[in-house]
Ligand binder design. Structure first.
Ligand code: HEC
Ligand code: HEC
Length: 230
């Protein structure tokens, strides 16, 4: 066998959970990456360069990291390295993406599990953080951004007044993230699909904020507001 037990394990898991074309493509590049890693060993103790590692991500998150609604992938380009790294570690350990109802987290988790080398996780996080961020067009139409603006007030304490994010509170930037993804994640926090793993301290901080929202419309209103915040 050309690949290690982790990859084997990941492939079995992925076959069971998803047969999507994107995943098959991703698996192919994992294998190519595993092969090409043999001839080039970059500095920093990792197995591959940021560009090489990003080939793994492009299949689902897009060449420019802007996400794809049809693949359920968020924009990751320009997210701060500390957040990307923290989330990759969570997906790898199962703090995120292991809840039985977290179908989209389960698509991401096997990928993080291939990144067995911590230096590779640092390298890919730096790479993603350097990619230019773009503001996507708002997609949620039937919502009230003005009500969303009022509901967002308590969120600003951690995420910043305009959703710029804050490393001090470990709250990621929300600006320039797709509104449909923000709404999905708020719903996941509300239902306990994200933020309920006993070791997920930062998800556990976020979850009560989402459960305090009065109704499902509030989720859409906030997402619509963030998509328009200056
Ligand atoms: C098989 C498709 C697939 C591949 C390949 C993939 N991802 Fe993902 N990724 C997803 C999906 C789907 C989500 C959304 C998870 C959710 O809904 O919670 C996601 C979520 C993420 C998140 C969370 C973003 C946030 O705002 O919380 C990060 C970070 C991430 N991916 C980074 C990467 C990196 C880096 C790579 C390459 C090493 C990669 N992904 C490869 C499908 C993929
Ligand atoms: C006490 C601080 C705090 C407050 C207040 C807070 N958040 Fe968060 N939020 C966080 C942290 C920390 C995370 C990262 C969770 C993780 O590590 O998985 C997060 C994550 C999120 C995410 C997921 C982003 C992504 O890229 O996946 C969304 C969406 C979000 N918050 C929206 C909100 C909204 C809307 C409010 C107000 C109703 C709010 N937050 C209030 C701390 C906070």
């Amino acid at each position: 066998m050309l690949y290690g037990s982790d990859l084997d394990d990941m492939m079995t898991t992925s076959r069971r959970r998803s047969r999507g074309a994107a995943l098959v493509g991703a698996l192919t590049s994992v294998m190519l990456l595993a092969l090409s890693a043999c001839d080039a060993a970059p500095a920093g103790g990792g197995t591959a360069s940021g560009e090489q590692l990003y080939q793994l991500c492009a299949q689902c998150h897009g060449e420019n990291g802007l996400g794809n609604r049809f693949a359920n992938t968020p924009a990751i380009a320009g997210l701060p390295a500390w957040y990307v790294e923290a989330q990759l570690l969570k997906f790898r350990s199962g703090q995120r993406g292991s809840h039985p109802d977290d179908l989209t987290g389960m698509q991401m988790r096997p990928i993080a599990r291939t990144l067995v080398n911590d230096a590779d996780i640092k390298t890919i996080s730096e790479q993603v953080s350097k990619m230019p961020r773009f503001r996507p067009e708002p997609q949620i139409k039937d919502a009230d951004p003005a009500r969303g603006s009022a509901l967002y007030k308590p969120c600003a304490a951690c995420h910043g007044p305009n959703g710029e994010g804050n490393e001090g509170t470990k709250a990621p930037p929300l600006q320039a993230q797709s509104d449909w993804y923000i709404a999905t994640q708020l719903t996941h926090f509300r239902k306990g699909i994200r933020g309920t793993h006993p070791e997920d301290a930062t998800g556990g901080m976020m979850r009560p904020q989402a459960t305090m929202l009065p109704d499902d419309a509030a989720v859409r209103d906030i997402a619509a507001f963030i998509a328009r915040a200056k």
